[in-house]
Design a protein around this ligand. Structure first.
Ligand SMILES: Nc1ncnc2c1ncn2[C@@H]1O[C@H](COP(=O)(O)OP(=O)(O)OP(=O)(O)O)[C@@H](O)[C@H]1O
Ligand SMILES: [Mg+2]
Length: 321
């Protein structure tokens, strides 16, 4: 039922054209997203994991309307994204590097007030009250209103980006590697803040990471991406305990245990992956797959539900299942 869902993505595809490959015309097409389908329930933290360059940010940016020319459907709160007038009231994005997403020439008070001004919400006094409220929610006091972004630490800057994303009270946030640029000791604080906000506002996240440990700590379900496709999707415990796709197996196998202290995640270690060649037809993981058969070369592989439970799906894109 769509009314349980904050987001539905149906058969999303995105092609970029390589500008250097041709002087005339659009250039050589490069398929970045292929047949992406999934949904996020209201108040759910949905993880998206995959190696660098597999298309995670392209997908996240498409959902918040920063990537045009996609094929397929993006439905937010039951409404097709392209018909939504005030998209920023429904969905917001937090980027990896808060330094580049905050205007360096403006004070924090101005930055946080801006979305309210654009949407003509409240008078000056009411807006200042809202800014102070948000500052308190993100763990900073009202004196930060008079500071510039450069006068803040990386963690504080990321708190401001989160606060800015919350100003219009969306019920979905795309968090694109929100802690990757931060010092390890600060990462846990920001993850815990995101968890608190999720509980307080029943916020749903599309939580993007290339680190399965962080995904495991944060998320309810997770989609594993490889070379522009979702290759596996299930509850996070299921992915961790019973990975089926050979790429997920490799990802889980290369993952290191995470460390808890007083119930908080305090550390993580990145798992590095490299991008592989992408075949035009058949399974994209074929060249790396130790189990591949000749059928994997030609057939387009669709997603198959292999779960025995009628309630929770375990989807996998692999000819072995
Ligand atoms: N504007 C663009 N024009 C052409 N190609 C692009 C553009 N933006 C991204 N790409 C390509 O799309 C692919 C996916 O990029 P994307 O940024 O979505 O990956 P990612 O999974 O977020 O990687 P990372 O983990 O490093 O952030 C890459 O091969 C990238 O080079
Ligand atoms: Mg990215």
């Amino acid at each position: 039922m769509w009314d349980d869902l904050v987001l539905e993505v149906k058969n999303l595809c995105k092609i970029y054209y390589n500008q250097n490959s041709s002087i005339l015309g659009k250039g050589e097409p490069k398929e970045i997203l292929r047949d992406i389908s999934f949904n996020i329930k209201k108040g759910e933290i949905f993880g998206l994991v995959g190696e660098s360059g597999c298309g995670k940010s392209t997908l996240g940016r498409s959902i918040v309307g920063l990537n045009k020319d996609t094929e397929g459907q993006i439905i937010i709160n039951g409404e097709e994204q392209k018909h939504i007038k005030n998209l920023s009231e429904k969905v917001q994005i937090i980027f990896q590097d808060p330094s580049s997403s905050l205007n360096p020439s403006k004070k924090i008070g101005w930055i946080l007030e801006e979305p309210l001004k654009i949407h003509k919400i409240g008078n000056k006094q009411q807006r200042i009250v809202k800014v102070n409220e948000i500052l308190e929610i993100i763990g900073l006091d009202s004196s930060y209103r008079d500071r510039y972004p450069k006068e803040l630490s990386g963690g504080q800057r990321q708190r401001i980006s989160i606060g800015s994303a919350l100003m219009l009270r969306p019920n979905l946030i795309v968090a694109d590697e929100p802690v990757s640029a931060l010092d390890v000791s600060i990462q846990a604080q920001i993850l815990n803040l995101l968890q608190d906000l999720h509980e307080k506002f029943n916020l749903a996240y599309l939580f993007i990471s290339h680190n399965l440990d962080v995904i495991y700590y944060m998320c309810d379900r997770v989609a594993v991406m490889y070379a522009g496709e979702i290759v596996e999707l299930a509850k996070v415990e299921e992915i961790y305990n019973n990975p089926l796709h050979p790429y997920t197996k490799a990802l889980v196998g290369s993952s290191t245990p995470f460390i808890y202290q007083n119930d908080f995640l305090v550390n993580k270690i990145n798992s590095e992956n490299t991008v592989t060649d992408v075949l035009e037809e058949g399974c994209k993981y074929l060249k790396k797959c130790p189990y591949h058969k000749s059928i994997c070369k030609t057939n387009t592989v669709g997603m198959k539900n292999v779960s025995s439970s009628s309630e929770e799906k375990h989807l996998v894109r692999c000819k072995m299942f």
